[in-house]
Design a protein around this ligand. Sequence first.
Ligand code: CP
Length: 313
Amino acid sequence: MKTLTTAHLTGIAGLTAEDVHTLLDTAQEFKEVLNRPIRKVPTLRDLTVANLFFENSTRTRLSFELAEKRLSADVVNFSASGSSVSKGETLVDTVNNILAMKVDMVVMRHPHPGASKFLAERIPNTPVINAGDGTHEHPTQALLDAFSLRERLGELAGKKIAIVGDIRHSRVAISNILCLQLLGAHVRVCGPRTLVPRHIRSLGVEVSHDLDETLRWADAVNMLRIQLERQGGEGRVPYFPSLREYARAFGLDKERLDRLDRVPWILHPGPINRGVEVTSEVADGPHAIILDQVENGVAVRMAALYLLAPVRP
Ligand code: CP
C-alpha cells in the first residue's frame, strides 16, 4: 500500500510530487467506487472524524462529510457559530475537548492563515486536514482541480494552466500553483495589477495582465472568485474601479471565447459571482468543468482521509 510522506495535510507545501501522484491515483480508485451501485466501503469503519468549520463553506464541508460517510467513518460536525468559541474558548481548548471524546481525525477550515499547522503541531497524533485557512492554503481544492484537469488533459507535465483573478487574497491560487508545479505544469497568473502581488513571481510563475492573450496561451483557466469579503468590507471595492469594469477586463463571456481558435477548459472553485468572473452562459457551457470539480472533490477527499487515517492496532 502506498503512503504519504506527511502525517497531516496542512498544505501542498511539504508534499512531494510522489505524494500528489499517490493522492490523485487513489482518488481515481475512489471515483470508480462512487460510480458503483453501492457507493460505500468499510475502509474507515470505527474511526471518528470531526469537521471543524470556523468559517462558512458549502462545497468543502458537504464534500468532506460525504467522503467520510462513503468510507463508513463516524462523523461529528462543529460550526463556530453557536459554539463556545463565542464565549472566548481557544482553538486548542476547543479541539482538545473534541479529542477527549475520542475523535481520530480532524478536518478544519479556519479564517486565520496557518491555523491548521498550528493545530497539527499541538495534536501531533491526530491527523489534521486543512479545509482552507485564511489566505494561506486550500490543499484539497488544488488536488481536486488537478484531478479534474488530468481527466481532460492527461498527465499535466508541460501543460499550460492559467489562474485568473484575485490572486492576492486566494488560498486556492497558492495551493494550485504549488500542486501544478509538482506535476510539471507551466503556471501563469493573470489579473489586475492590484490583485497580483509582486512576490508571486518568486514562486516561479509567469505573470500577465492580459486575459485575451492568456486565453490563447492556456490549455485550461481557473477563474478565481473575487473575494470582496477580504477587500476591506462590504460596499468597498478598493482594488478596481467597479465590478462591471473588472468583468470587462478579466471576466469570461461568450464573446471573448468566440474570438478564440481553441477554447481552454474552464474551472472555478466556487462560489461563483455570476456575471463577474464568468457569465452564466460560460459557467453552464460546454467548456466549463466546474461541476466535475465538485464531483471529483468527494473522491479526492476520500483519498486524503484514507491515506492519512491512523492505523488501528
Ligand atoms: N471551493 C470552496 O472552498 O467552496 P466553499 O467555500 O463553499 O467550501
